[in-house]
Design a protein around this ligand. Sequence first.
Ligand code: HEM
Ligand code: CU
Length: 591
Amino acid sequence: MAGEQLALTVLMGVFLVGVVTLVSRMENLRAYTPLVSGDAGYGDSTATSHKPSGLIRWLTTVDHKDIGILYGIYATIAFVWGGLAVMLMRVELTTPALNVLGGTGTYNGLLTSHGITMLFLFGTPIIAAFSNYFIPLLIGADDMAFPRINGIAFWLLPPAALLIWAGFFLDPLTGGAVGAAETSWTMYTPLSAEQANPGVDLMLLGLHLSGISATMGAINFIVTIFTERSPDVNWANLDIFSWTILTQSALILFAFPLLGSALIMLLLDRNFQTAFFAVDGGSPILWQHLFWFFGHPEVYILVLPPMGLVSWILPKFSGRKLFGYKFVIYSTLAIGVLSFGVWAHHMFSSGIDPRIRASFMAVSLAIAIPSAVKTFNWIATMWNGNIRLTAPMLFCIGFVANFVIGGITGVFLAAIPIDLVLHDTYYVVGHFHWIVMGMIAFAGFGAIYYWFPIVTGKMYQKRLAKMHFWISEIGVAVTFFAMLLLGYLGMPRRYATYEFNGLIAPLAQVTTLHQVATIGAFIIMLGQLIWVWNLTQSYLEGPVVEDEDPWNLKETGQYSREFEWFGEQLDTTDEDTPALAADGSGEPSDD
Ligand code: HEM
Ligand SMILES: [Cu+2]
């Protein structure tokens, strides 16, 4: 046994050395690195002619635009995986008994994978997709400050996903000896420490990798925004999206090391008999403190950049500048700072000192203030504006509406007495899904539609995009409103089956609400199928965009740097591509 292991270790070592040698010998890896090949900005067409083509290009690229696209594809795959997991769970929940998935273990595995995938493998990377592609364009930089670190940061993610999902693949191969982790995304101890399943260790290692990737990205963005701005971009006219990415990067820098340390402590507890989180001699509550000191900022790491995207895109279709630009920045910074002072609002019912609890309640309620400032700024921007209901704008408006519900349900949870009743019920699930699905995903969709012409040179099908919005918004409202109601009825979260004392809540009502939520989930899924179809079809066959201003932003003085860059690209490409309608769309405009 020990001999076998040694042989395996040696083999692995030889393999790794081989890979390193191979990579270091690939001369052309460096050939098109902007920093190495001298001045090779994207205006310089020789820069791109150095690029290898096909698979090698995508595996070795250090161009921020390529890396942005890689992040986008990766996040979409994760979104599909996480979405399929949750559909299985929702089908299981249509009846009180367990009759779809083989056992509660499968349910728990899907639940864990859904949460972790959506937050770490979809949420953070989809934001990185936009920031990598567009921040250098928006601030007039040639590329990121460290293009190769940028590439490495991305390539840490596929192994991270494989490790996080490993339990599912290894389960059938090992006859169940290694299975999917069943810890939920919060990985609460002692459950996570005592679960004797190597799948948990693999997941923890995967999470650690994803954290390293995010931290490398954050450092890169901070340095890029500080040092690579073109001379005419200063702090007073830096675009709002870059501001939110800068704040987000700072949050990552302070929060992720906490997660990394906690994960290592948990791994040590699991494999080397340390007792950080042990019930005897250690402290399970310590895990909650460490986890939420990371975990609460993480929710703002996920939501601040989408807020930045909306603050950037919404004015374009309101025909006026963002109302209160400065205050939108101040509120971003305020949320960033405050988010480190509220972690214990996830622990109100865990028996911590009531006096400590009260101060956390106060700070949590205070976050509602900068959040409201933002909301009023968005509304004031639209007020009396010349609103054009294009797909990106619809998603922005949906975003604001969903934030009102997601944010206000959060304020209720921040009140200790209410939280003691609603904690660990579906109300909490409803609260954060209004935000993560209703805001983060929506801002992502809005930005994808808005920048689609720049990235692909094509235009999407506008009617399908609007259908995508309406179906998604209806699905979100049906699903997550049903969850808020389930919470009021006392339905606990994270259960595969349910059973109720009729005096507290009639089982029939609970079942009906679960069925409503499942129908809503299918509506959401339908919307996403339309989205995937639209993007794929339009990318392959959509009308080519000839107009450097496909959104008619010049008219209202909203034309900005990334479209200027797009215009330059159009000037340098072939003239013989077929011309298109003046507004850049291939379809009759129905805006
Ligand atoms: C006005 C702002 C907000 C307030 C006051 C607030 C408050 C709260 C509170 C008190 C909880 C704990 C509930 C419990 O477990 O009993 C909670 C849970 C949660 N919130 Fe919020 N929230 C706000 C905004 C957000 C945002 C912007 C996001 C996401 C981007 C978010 C994501 C979450 C998540 C993921 C959980 C559940 C964590 C878990 O237990 O798995 N919240 N929120
Ligand atoms: Cu929180």
